[in-house]
Design a protein. Sequence first.
Length: 464
Amino acid sequence: MHARFVRLVLLPALVLNLLAYGVIVTVFEPQAAHAQAYVIGSDPVDGSTVSTMPKTVRIFFDASISTLSNATLQYVQNGDFVPVQGQSFVSPSDQHEMDIPVPDNSPQGSYFVRWTAISTLDGHTTYGSIGFDDGSSSLGIPGQTVLGPSSSNDLAVRNLDFLGTLSVAWEWLVQVALVFWLGILVTERLVLVQTERATPLLDRVRRQSLPMQWLCLSAMLVGEVVTMLLREVHVTRALYDGTLDFSALVPFLTQTVYGWVWLVRVLLLLIALGLLWWQSRPYQRQQGNSNSSTSRSGSPRVHRERTTTTSQKPTTEVMERPSRPPTPITSTQERLYTRSSTITWFVLAILLLCTYALTGIQVSQLQANEIVYNGFSLLAQGIWFGSLAYLGYILLPLVPTIGGDSNTEVVAAFLRKQTPYLIAAIVIEISCVLFMIEGTIVQWNQWLTDPFGRALLISSVFIV
């Protein structure tokens, strides 16, 4: 069975994965991985001097921005910034462009644009400023063209403050819970079903994994809610000059891709929790009934045995307590691991992976290749790290608690059947990392100077 799986499933999957990687890298030109919206140009150019004031100031971004984004045009008068009438808006024809109308008969001098952009893809907030002169500078400074992120974008947004650290911590918690939950699904639905099921060890392993599934799904749900609230705090602080106003929460959820994906993700988590409760409820009730019946029937039997030994001639056979037979697999336990139940759980897992793949940090412009490889990377991490966590935290700690030589054979059989999945996951993860390196690392110094390059370097070292 093992050789057949490797020959018919594993090797074709690896070959197709490598071929897909080569085709995607050849056909599609990967983009730099930054889902946040940054300014890549403006009209007038940042730091320039124009002879005629334009009717509209245009700002161009490298990613699509939400309609919640705004900008204010200010006139520099005697060293003070005077707001200029005009409501900014995102261009209906191009969501990468923000326009600020300029009133007629605007005075000559220096102008300053403060902008705040909210990415529709990941919901992150960026901000910055653009300055230009009309005719001559109000401050007596000649205009100089300075185009680039060092002037138009405030790169301090990348620095981690207290709220940023909390957001990263909660995102990591959600990621760990997702990986562990995927490992539980793959291990129990694909690996353990191929092992001997009528053993006390595997029965206790499955009972032990139910609370872990509750913990993982609950942690993911709570983490998503907290992460959304922290992201909304960032948005309101940027839009309303540091004040908190949660009235923008509903527009944020309905006017950004991240908001819609987040709503679908929360709905899927609620469905998963409801399905887990519905499937585990009869199993837990049956376990409680079996435990109570065992406690009621055990004591009288010992009393009768002792009465017999005191009234009649004692025998060794009567004094020996019979050992408890292995727990048989009941119909309720079988219902938890039917084919239809397994398909339902994997459909939920794939849909959840799609929501995380759409909003991952590796995805910049909703390109199909980036989304696919981000999803494959999450799946590979779940099979790889989640399965090992299942082995280390659930299966192996229960082996010493149940005697018998058959447990060692069960663990050995489990490892033999888990190995092909681990090999496939490692190869897929390596392919995904190679794709991200191909799309983001252009120069060798980016491994140390670029934050995402350093993250790729660390992940590559861990994989090796």
